[in-house]
Design a protein around this ligand. Structure first.
Ligand SMILES: NC(=O)CC[C@H](N)C(=O)O
Length: 388
């Protein structure tokens, strides 16, 4: 990679980017990526790898991500690691200038990629102080502005941050879902052999795309599913017309309660068909809503690749990848719905199953990307449920 394409804060005599929090706190730094202004909710992610997968996870729509790991950019970017066609996070906040790429898989520098994708980055600020602010006050509403001229209307930025209504009540799945149905057969990458090649006879699965990450679809295919992806607004009738052996409910952005307006009747219709159902993250939250439970907004959520989760059935602990700002209220789970997993960080709900039925879901990301692969067994559990 050419050093000339990389960002060097020292080249600029003055800050070129400003992050304004709704309470008036300002962070100045150096802009990279695309110039402009974005208004969003600010979260922090503690993963030490996978900035590209994080930026392209559709579940991050409406959010700007603070990376607590300082070396961002060092593996560049490659189209193979896109979790979807566009980055969905509105922007990124990093401690140092993004490092030049040093990786045989890299096809582009992070800064060039971010600019081409029209997203803003800010570097050279105190991400520890910022992360403490997020932990103390809950995910703040912010305005992030990057201008090479380095001139900012601070009052306007703070006002913009204050006027942002936040993610509560927002249905963003409709904005990021696929326009049309499609089939998926690419399998997951397994080091060192490349993509795995399961030759098991496939089980016919319909995956509902509320903002699905590609590695979830790869994991389903690797576990032995023939996957047809349908848009978030598909009805239960349209889904069941495919005669699926199982239905998968994907991750996605926004407030599950808002998305539930159309997703809950859809899921309730699927449940009547008595076939295996598996949900991840937003899919987990909406399955809970369809079963009569409630979801709540968390203070600053869970975003990282090292979150310990306990399987209450086996007592085993999995290290998981997480990205959520809402959670299922475990107190609200109705009779017959069993809490299967809990977070060992704060005891919040991380999984459920319907007693006596092949219906289950988890709050975390068993597909990793980025993160540990302890929880891949859940894809196999879904396939086994279809074999029965
Ligand atoms: N990764 C996800 O699916 C996120 C679900 C939901 N939007 C949340 O923030 O809790």
């Amino acid at each position: 990679m050419s050093a000339a394409t990389s960002f060097k804060p020292s080249a600029s005599p003055h800050p070129t980017a400003c992050l304004a929090l709704a309470d008036g706190t300002l962070f100045y730094g150096y802009g990279f990526g695309a110039e402009g202004t974005e208004i969003a909710e600010l979260c922090f992610n503690t993963a030490m790898t996978g900035y590209q997968e994080i930026m392209t996870d559709p579940s991050y729509a409406g959010q700007i991500v603070t990376f607590t790991f300082p070396h961002i950019g060092n593996t560049g970017v490659t189209p193979e690691d896109d979790e979807t066609a566009d980055p969905f996070a509105s922007g990124m906040v990093v401690k140092w200038d993004p490092t030049d790429a040093s990786n045989w898989r890299a096809t582009e520098e992070l800064t060039v990629w971010l600019k081409r994708r029209g997203r803003i980055g800010i570097g050279g600020l105190d991400t520890r102080r910022l992360t403490r602010a997020i932990r103390q006050q809950g995910a703040p509403h912010v305005a992030l502005s990057y201008s090479e001229g380095g001139v900012f209307d601070i009052a306007d930025l703070v006002e913009k941050a204050r006027s942002f209504k936040g993610l509560e009540g927002l249905d963003l799945a409709k904005e990021v879902t696929c326009a049309q149905s499609y089939t998926w057969d690419e399998q997951r990458w397994v080091w060192p052999d490349g993509y795995s090649k399961t030759t098991k006879p496939g089980h016919k699965v319909v995956a509902i795309d509320f903002g699905a990450k590609r590695n979830i679809l790869r994991c389903l295919a690797s576990a032995g599913c023939d996957v047809t992806v349908l848009p978030a607004t598909a009805t239960a009738e349209e889904i069941l017309a495919h005669a699926p052996e199982g239905v998968f409910l994907s991750n996605g952005p926004g407030d599950p309660a808002a998305t539930g307006v159309y997703a809950v009747p859809m899921i309730q219709g699927i449940l009547k068909a008595d076939i295996p159902v598996f949900g991840i993250c937003l899919g987990h939250q909406m399955l809970a809503l369809a079963l009569g439970a409630k979801t709540v907004k968390m203070s600053h959520g869970h975003h990282g690749a090292n979150h310990p989760v306990k399987d209450k059935d086996t007592g085993k602990v999995e290290i998981t990848s997480m990205n959520h700002g809402f959670a299922v209220d475990s107190q609200s789970l109705p009779k017959g719905v069993v809490e299967t997993h809990i977070s060992l960080f704060d005891g919040s709900n991380c999984g459920l199953r319907v007693d006596g039925k092949p219906v289950f879901s988890v709050q975390y990301h068993p597909e990793a990307s980025p993160g540990p692969q302890d929880s891949y067994y859940l894809f196999e559990r879904f396939v086994k449920a279809m074999e029965k």
